[in-house]
Design a protein around this ligand. Sequence first.
Ligand SMILES: [Zn+2]
Length: 292
Amino acid sequence: MTQSDSTDSPARTHGKMQRWINHLIQLQDLIFARDQQQASASGSRLSTLEASIQTMTTELPDDIRAHFNRMQKKMGLAIVPIANGVCSACGMQIPVSQVNAVHAANEIYSCPSCARYLFFQAGAPRRTPQRRVRGEPAQVGLARFSSPQLMILNLASTERDEALTEMSARLESEGFVDSAALLTEEAIKREAIASTAVEQGLAFPHVRGVEGGGLTMAVGLSRKGIRFGGKAPSRIVFFMVIPTAASAFYLRLLSGLSQSFREEDAREALFKAESEDDLWKALLKATRTTIT
Ligand SMILES: [Zn+2]
């Protein structure tokens, strides 16, 4: 978990700074994995994550470590992808020459506006913009991130990767993302950093850096449970697609969902649903006060 592996890089370029860029992306993912465990009040893997974060931070060159730590404390995100020529965190248009330089990775560059480190991301899945229906009431709570079409009453899979494939396929077929295959690949990579399974049979797989729309969530139930890497099988899977700018919000959502489903009664209410519409209504009811 502590080495930078260039074959696993999001952008397959060979500039001399690429290894540190990969190192920073991996370090930031670990920090997020730790924050996720904290947000869901799930302490089981915290010390392992903390140790990896310490090791990887120590390995950084002094100047990069100082800037990374400063940005991380101040902004939460310290290294972000360029998406469609703009900094995905602050929206600043990056000059084409600098986009090319970031891609080449011979140096490490910062956004001229927000000062976060930038990296070039090749082959990321994209969120498909949703059409708004004129005159529709403004959406509140969970309806801002999900919809009845993204409820899966009975996941067919009992293995993690197949379940992620199944949920990605739903997000693609309902027109929320452009590539289920890329989404699945990224979600599996994320699980390799640290399992997103938490106590009470919940799992929160996700893919960050999916630009082009808002945070989106699909929900899948499994009566048998799915081996997600937690102590017990996961029975309720919340799969989230997260644009870079919503990274901090995602942790609040996670914390709200963990709170809603801490008690067994709340979890069992979802399993009483007989249709995907029922499941949607049960989910809205359970999160009415925790997700606003
Ligand atoms: Zn920026």
